[in-house]
Design a protein around this ligand. Sequence first.
Ligand code: USQ
Length: 418
Amino acid sequence: MKVLITGIDGYSGWPLALHLLARGHDVAGVDSLVTRKRVKEVGSWSATPIPPLPRRLAAVQEVLGKEIRFYRGDLSDWALVRHVLETERPESIVHLAEQRSAPYSMIDVHHAVATQVENLTGTLHLLFAMKEVVPEAHLVKMGTMGEYGTPNTDIPEGFFETEFRGRKDTLPFPRQAGSWYHWSKVFDSGDVMFASKIFRLRATDVMQGVIYGIRTPEITDDRLLTRFDFDETWGTALNRFIAQAVLGLPLTPYGKGEQKRGFIALEDSMQSLRLAVEHPAQPGEYRVFNQFDAAYSVNELAERVARVAADLGLHPTIDHPPDPRVEAEQHYYNPIHEHLPRLGYQRTRELDDVIREIFHDLIRYRRRLAARQYVLAPTVNWRLPDSRPLLGARNAAGAAPAPAPAEPTGPSSANSVA
Ligand code: USQ
């Protein structure tokens, strides 16, 4: 199948391209490379060294013997979006090109606005371009489980049956997002649902849980590694906890640590996106998949990381910094996730095995973590606007960091855990 991936240079976009190529799909991608810039903006870098895009593409050619057609540009550019769709005429579009960080969107008014304008504009451009150029194509849109928030009821897959004053209907389940980023995804979902109705587009909205992991089977060469963020803004909980353990820093479940989320391994997330691509929605159909394997509290994650770390001879402690976010620190959480298994989805990775795998890689790249250690502390506070005055220029204590050493691109020596 001809698949276009928007956001192909990102954490999920890159391994998805490799996964689809390995299964015989034809892959093209578009990306503005803005995540690379934004990670620099907060003073960080990927723990795994990511080659410049042309070298990444050359590595795909050399290692996998496959070609990815690449377009550099931003989905805010209507002419570019039309051009890519007219040139590629994809059968399926996996839309990942959005600002993906909740803390980044909470930094100040400018980051909130940039997040919402960018995410909504890109999606609207894609929807209109699909209508004009490839109305038969299927859109697989990356949403987020965080759109639902943490209601005190089970969470259905997008829609639920309800009765009010004696009348029944099937309606979208209420959304109660917890950041400007998560709200941008809610608004996007509304736009995709509406466009599928009026333009009769095929659409799947994937409510993605928190993804963890560093490797997929197609990553057989260091040049094919995906990015791995560990800073407060771009790194997600489990990935950050492992980076903290490698550096001998306390793990940081925020507040009481009983906030639960749905989690899925990177490799299984790729499997589920492929299944969505290979089983398109019907014309005019807007369907919603909840995409995660199991729910864990952040305390459980920290404890599991600490156990695996102990097996590796590390002895991390667990700290509970005050929660910088406005979120329930203890709550009911039981989302339903049945649609993907009906398409054949099966979990293949166990949490502890992936934690071990991430440790293995992060120990190799310990020097890169150590050189950016100051980005780990939480400084973006949901309650205080403009809580982080100078991105990338201050450490947690408010002092400017020492000038950054040159970026080490090779792994540290294998046993440099201390
Ligand atoms: N958390 C900690 N300690 C940390 C970092 C995070 O306790 O050091 C907590 C947060 O307070 C939150 C939970 O871990 O309760 C998850 O936070 P996260 O940073 O791992 O993930 P989140 O901000 O929710 O966003 C991530 C991705 C986003 C995706 C979302 C899926 O960055 O793109 O949409 O996961 S979900 O969480 O289901 O909405």
